[in-house]
Design a protein around this ligand. Sequence first.
Ligand code: G3P
Length: 241
Amino acid sequence: MAMRNGNMRVQKKMNSEVKLGTPVIVLNEKVYVESVGKKGVELAKICEEVAEKQGISIAICPQQVELAKIVSSVNIPCFAQHVDAVSPGSHTGSVTLESVKETGARGSLVNHSEHRLKIADIDFIVDKAASLNLLTIVCTNNIAVSKAVAELKPYAIAVEPPELIGSGRAVSQEDPGIVEDTVRVVKRVDENCVVLCGAGVTNGADVKAAIELGADGVLLASGVVKAKDPKRALLDLVTGL
Ligand code: G3P
């Protein structure tokens, strides 16, 4: 569990089986029509097949209502797309970390650009997730926010400039500085923190650029979910690892 030591938070050593292999490709299915219901399961199976055949690390964030089903359908790490900063109890429509854990998912995205949270909520979620042995991938929008979030000791930080999300213009090519500097400032705070980058990542060259800038992997959505041939798109991404 993440524990307070004076003002410092010390990250609990996680069981190594819980952690993700790196470099990693994390696919966020979002709530696109192309990832709803059975289509989301098919996408997850494509990820599983590519991960197994290519011997690489791929994780998937299914649509929330499909999380339990997809966790039980594939043998790759699954993450919720969002959790709320609440404990089980009298809340309606909230997603708790406890319920995510119950599905068998490995953890959750937190503070996605399309589902922002207050810093105190991020702190609550990161701390509680660690106590439940769940992984948190906290999304950030710039270097300063990445540095601040690193102090909370999440498992991973994914820096994503909002203006590039869904643009097809990859952060690793359009704004290499944000990737390089985020890696630098985050690792200075916590060398164990996994650093991902995302927004506009669509092909192997984008992934290669991200890895060369020091990232431990990428977080992406539309480049695969909305591709005519998602498997081909994924195989292309893998060439950059
Ligand atoms: O969560 C990933 C995301 O926000 C990036 O989206 O479509 O630019 O890969 P996309």
